[in-house]
Design a protein around this ligand. Structure first.
Ligand SMILES: Cc1ncc(C[n+]2csc(CCOP(=O)(O)OP(=O)(O)O)c2C)c(N)n1
Ligand code: SF4
Length: 304
């Protein structure tokens, strides 16, 4: 895919100064670039209880220039379906409906409503910003938290399970477009949201969104942490168009050069991994290598 350059990025800001998100928030940077790829005044966002609600502020004061419907935690897929149905009933065909939910609201509590919407092929984009925990309520473990991470509900032994493979679950719904993204690679993210906007049917984008207080790294290191996640293979950048899998951006460059950093390089700057044992680190490396090799295999098979 063609990559947008910094000069081509729309100058319009849909998020104005004064959000209530933390400094250095990965979700905030994700939202900023995703909204740049969508049409001002023609985008409706559905958001469950999460840090995203906090970012939007409390009615009638908000720094976000987009219509947003705040829905119950478990109901994002259903709420977005209702908005799509309402637009259809009133003959409005030029709006884009975007659901924007955290990993808790996607992998865990919202999975039923999401699966229902995807199975019905509802015409919307679902963006999961994955900060790997229930951050808004104090860093509880989610099924997206990585093995070895300390969370407020796994304070002693750290998390003992690997992250759930949400992409595989979503892929089982046969969507026309699935992608991953990162705020550390904003042009790749922008391009994917822009492409998704013009695809008909359900589209799913999963963004790995570093969270300074939840992961335990300095605010200034947001982009560094996002890059390390990609460069260590913890988060792979790709898109799947009508079933065809292609690595993108830094992940594609890594595939061509045959280079990847170690998981230990990624985790050493985050206090949530302070208790990780040697055995868990080896398991996390093995898990990451397996996923990376599967991605390489799939990319070169689909792009000979
Ligand atoms: C049914 C229900 N249970 C619990 C809550 C409390 N709650 C609000 S936000 C939140 C965490 C959301 O986590 P996630 O979806 O990962 O988004 P993040 O906070 O990380 O942005 C929880 C547990 C709620 N609002 N509704
Ligand atoms: S807790 Fe994390 S995800 Fe939530 S606003 Fe702060 S940095 Fe962003």
């Amino acid at each position: 895919m063609a990559t947008t350059s910094v000069k081509q990025l729309p100058k319009t800001e849909m998020i104005l100064p004064g959000t209530r998100s933390c400094a250095g928030c990965g979700l905030m940077l994700t939202y900023r670039h995703a909204l740049k790829a969508l049409d001002e005044g023609k985008t409706i966002v559905a958001v469950p209880a999460s840090c995203m609600t906090v970012l939007h502020g409390v009615y009638p004061i908000t720094p976000v220039k987009v219509v947003c419907i705040n829905n119950p935690f478990a109901a994002t897929g259903a709420a977005a379906s209702g908005i799509v149905a309402g637009l259809k009933a009133t003959g409005k065909s030029d709006y884009t409906v975007v659901a924007f939910a955290g990993d808790g609201g996607t992998y865990d509590i919202g999975i039923q409503a999401l699966s229902g919407a995807l199975e019905r092929g509802v015409n919307f984009i679902y963006i999961c910003y994955d900060n790997e925990g229930y951050m808004n309520t104090g860093t509880q473990r989610s099924s997206a938290s990585p093995l070895g991470a300390v969370t407020s509900t796994t304070p002693i032994l750290s998390k003992l399970q690997h992250k759930k493979d949400m992409i595989r679950i979503v892929e089982a719904h046969d969507l026309p477009y699935i992608a991953t993204g990162s705020p550390a690679f904003p042009f790749d993210l922008f391009d994917k949201v822009k492409y998704a906007k013009d695809v008909l049917g359900s589209r799913y984008i999963e963004v790995h969104a570093p969270c300074p207080p939840g992961w335990g790294f300095p605010n200034k290191d947001l982009v560094k942490m996002g890059k390390l996640a990609v460069e260590s293979g913890i988060h792979v950048l790709f898109e799947i168009r009508e079933g065809r899998f292609s690595l993108t951006s830094r992940s594609l460059a890594m595939a061509k050069k045959g280079r990847k950093m170690n998981v230990s390089d990624y985790i050493k700057g985050q206090t949530r991994f302070k208790k990780i044992s040697g055995a868990h680190l080896a398991q996390l490396q093995e898990f990451t290598d397996k996923k990376w090799n599967e991605s390489l295999e799939r990319h070169f098979r689909d792009n000979p």
